[in-house]
Design a protein around this ligand. Structure first.
Ligand SMILES: C=C(OP(=O)(O)O)C(=O)O
Ligand SMILES: [Mg+2]
Length: 563
């Protein structure tokens, strides 16, 4: 039975979590205080300002004490801003002109803010901190709640338009059960943070602006919905799923496998060696995609030297001794521009000189990278595989594999991110040691939808049967040639789609570390035959939404038949 009040709000779910709780809203910024003359004496206004500045400073200090770490430093700096003598001089000046304490605080902080912005750089970035202090003092003067992340005594579901980085740094994850934002898409700052910290979240839920403080909600990230005023059955269902996820999270970290024991190694996507330990702790059986772009982006305008690269690769390989580590050579261009490799203006950079095309045009950089990789491999005992991004022809495959071999790389492969390569997968399999499907780009190129563009985000859906048919081509070619086929795009992190991908022939799955738990649990619930059955259903669908819905229904039927 549904409750009479129940309402469903759609958005984009981040991760697979479920949460039940009451809404606490991030309050909107306060309006600018009116510039009307004060009816109080200057001394009275001055005292009001002094008291509120002190209250806010003490509160920020206290919050800093309880937050600890980097947040403590930020908050203590803010507390000092509230009692900065230059600011209080500016406030006194405005009060002397007959303004209210609210208006005087507003004007004094605003003028300091403008000065900071004019200085630019690090100081410019502190402007938002000053705004925050100003808002808090004005709120205290008016006896209203301070804007920003609320701090109720009980756990809550935070509803906000979007979160500023400073807000997110302060989230008390023991209290915030989930996040709902009305703005922001899957790549917004909030979404990235939620993914990183495994916070249950639905973003871009435009109708969430109507969710009142204290409303009970079920937040279902897996379905991308928020149910306001849910029925008892809906709450019970959500609580059952929360318990299941908790059980999965503490389940033994076993190697990835299907219910019938078919091994499907679960690997991590990493951007630097810094995440290696967390990935290994979460049971990653190796690395399926090491993105080397960050190493090049951090080098400041030129390629890092062979020595610098080698040092970094050694750190990575040492963290995965005896295990497989797939490193992708530099993937510059389009969403990852690197001036020193290609500074030409391109109308359509995603279709331009990017990935292997750009490296081939500056082959010395590719040669240096392969040198560093081969030397790091020789110095460690991980199993190094190297692959090239954005390969679109069989000739490019042959070129890359031959060049990698010249440097002594034992296992060389290509990423399948362009439909042309998937369609020639049999020929690619003959040339290359392995293939790894980058579903993010493969979806972008198959659906002709720029992955950076919000207006076409709905097309960027790897559940689309056209994308899955291409995956199936690569899977079949790999099986026929006896060559591994990995998946390293975001699609592998979707627990149900992961099963479909295995049904299409994927032999390993690579994803960001927090996704490993859910994908491991999902694989364990289906046999290889069932995965193939689900893949067949996905391939037969008309579009992404139909494919997702039909597979979800069939998966439920399979599970119910078993229990
Ligand atoms: C894994 C992929 O590469 P990136 O997201 O780095 O382009 C992909 O395209 O799916
Ligand atoms: Mg890609």
């Amino acid at each position: 039975m549904t409750s009479e009040l129940e309402r469903t709000i759609a958005g984009t779910g981040i991760g697979q979590g479920v949460a039940v709780g009451v809404v606490a809203r991030m309050s909107d910024p306060l309006p600018e205080p009116a510039d009307t003359p004060s009816t109080r004496s200057q001394a009275e206004e001055s005292e009001r300002a002094r008291v509120s500045l002190g209250v806010v400073a003490r509160e920020l200090e206290a919050r800093g004490q309880s937050a600890g770490g980097a947040a403590k430093d930020v908050l203590e700096a803010q507390a000092m801003m509230a009692e900065d003598p230059m600011l209080s001089d500016a406030i006194d000046e405005a009060l002397a002109a007959g303004k209210t304490a609210e208006r005087a605080v507003f004007e004094a902080f605003a003028s300091f803010r403008d000065q900071l912005v004019a200085m630019g750089g690090y100081l410019g970035e502190r402007a938002a901190d000053l705004d925050d202090v100003s808002q808090r003092v004005i709120a205290d003067l008016g006896g209203v709640a301070a804007p920003g992340v609320p701090n109720p005594e009980h756990p809550f579901i935070l509803v906000a338009r979007d979160l500023a980085p400073a807000d997110t740094a302060m989230l008390d994850l023991d209290k915030v059960l989930g996040l709902i934002t009305s703005d922001g898409g899957p790549t917004s700052h909030t979404a990235i943070l939620a993914r990183e910290k495994s916070i249950v979240a639905v973003v871009g839920a435009a109708d969430a602006t109507g969710l009142a403080e204290g409303t009970r909600v079920v937040l279902d990230a897996a379905a991308g919905i928020v149910i306001a005023d849910p029925s008892d059955e809906q709450v019970a269902d959500a609580e059952r799923r929360i318990a299941e996820r908790k059980a999965a999270a503490v389940a033994p970290v076993t190697p990835g496998a299907l219910a019938d024991g078919t091994a499907i190694p679960l690997l991590a996507n990493l951007g630097s060696s810094a995440g290696a330990q967390a990935a290994a702790d979460a049971g990653a059986e190796g690395v399926g995609l090491f993105r080397t772009e960050f190493l090049f982006l951090d080098a400041g305008g030129s390629a890092p030297t062979v020595e610098q690269q080698k040092e970094h690769y050694i750190r990575l390989l040492e963290a995965f001794g005896g295990k497989k580590v797939v490193v992708r050579v530099l993937d510059a261009g389009a969403d990852k521009p690197l001036q020193f490799l290609n500074d030409a203006h391109e109308e359509n950079p995603a279709l331009g000189l990017r990935g292997l095309r750009a490296l081939r045009a500056s082959e010395d950089i590719l040669r240096e990278q392969l040198t560093a990789l081969a030397e790091a491999d020789a110095a460690t005992d991980a199993e190094l595989w190297v692959m090239a991004p954005m390969v679109s022809t069989v000739e490019e495959t042959r070129y890359f594999v031959a060049l990698a071999r010249e440097f002594g790389i034992k296992t060389a492969g290509v990423m399948v991110e362009v439909p042309s390569l998937a369609l020639l997968a049999d020929k690619v399999a003959a040339e290359s040691d392995f293939a790894s499907i980058g579903t993010n780009d493969l979806t972008q190129y198959t659906l002709a939808a720029d992955r950076m563009l919000g207006s076409v985000a709905a097309f960027q859906d790897p559940w689309h049967p056209a994308v899955l048919r291409l995956v199936g081509e690569v899977g079949a070619a790999g099986a026929a040639a006896g060559k591994p086929v990995g998946i390293c795009g975001e699609a592998a992190a979707d627990p149900l789609l992961a099963v479909v991908l295995v049904g299409l022939g994927a032999t390993s799955l690579s994803m960001s570390t927090p996704a490993l738990v859910d994908v491991r649990a999902s694989l364990l619930t289906f046999t290889l035959d069932e995965a193939r059955h689900l893949a067949g259903i996905a391939l037969a669908a008309d579009g992404a939404a139909e494919s997702r819905a039909a597979v979800a229904a069939a998966a439920l039927t399979l599970k119910e038949a078993r229990s």
